[in-house]
Write a protein that binds this ligand. Sequence first.
Ligand SMILES: NC(=O)c1ccc[n+]([C@@H]2O[C@H](COP(=O)([O-])OP(=O)(O)OC[C@H]3O[C@@H](n4cnc5c(N)ncnc54)[C@H](O)[C@@H]3O)[C@@H](O)[C@H]2O)c1
Length: 263
Amino acid sequence: MLSTNPFALSDTRAPLYFSDKVALVTGGASGIGMATAELLAREGARVVIADRCRDDGEELAARLRHEYGQALFVETDVGCASSVQALVGRTLLEYGRIDCAINNAGLSETPVDLIDASGEQWERLMAVNLRGVWLSMQHQIRAMLDAGRGAIVNVSSRTGLVGKPRLAIYTASKHGVLGLTRSAAIDYAPHGIRINAVCPGLIHTPFVEQKFGDGLPELARTMNPLGRIGRPEEVAECIAWLCSDAASFVVGVSLPVDGGAVA
Ligand SMILES: NC(=O)c1ccc[n+]([C@@H]2O[C@H](COP(=O)([O-])OP(=O)(O)OC[C@H]3O[C@@H](n4cnc5c(N)ncnc54)[C@H](O)[C@@H]3O)[C@@H](O)[C@H]2O)c1
């Protein structure tokens, strides 16, 4: 019999083979990052969760260790160069290498007209959403160059592909992530490092709960052709695929995971 949801994930999909791989997930303590850390751990990876939220990160790492074996939390601010350097250093010390890195930590913005946005808003958002990805890639790529292989997935947004009213700074930061991704992808593919991005649409995480609250179900109905909000696990599946050897010929893409919103 057909499932009522023709797009439901199958329990029988092929394993992604992350056995013994080392995966670093920034912003891994919540939402899309948490779902990704959990999926990779379930698929056999040793996961490093980097987040500035210590309690949630420690709790998740403890749960993943209990359920799947190895996992580590490192308190990190991706907007701070010394913090990112310490994160990569600690990962190499504990696990010896980085096979995949997911640069997912990001902040949202309260909608505001461009002419009213403050310099402080610009600095705060760019520091995490754009500088954070640039700094993280710098240190991750240095580590991957030594190994001669690796995969990086940057988390942009549907708003990295199209404009959004009253969200100019967030939109600019997410467009920037795609620029960094494409440029780095070209530079480092010859060194065996594949760099790609995902562009999630509306996904049910604390990030959007906070932003839209009770208006979320109605908004979701009109947001995309599927007429529903996405689940963090649905983005995690795409990230894991891009990290895996199943995507061995995929370089520099910006993959919408948005229920068809951009289409
Ligand atoms: N949820 C959506 O609808 C949606 C849509 C498009 C893109 N995104 C992007 O997906 C990513 C994850 O979003 P989410 O919805 O899971 O959000 P979330 O708020 O649930 O999780 C974000 C995590 O990043 C961490 N973080 C924030 N600033 C940090 C910093 N400076 N250093 C380290 N960690 C930091 C937070 O503590 C949190 O754990 C973000 O980059 C966001 O822009 C989300």
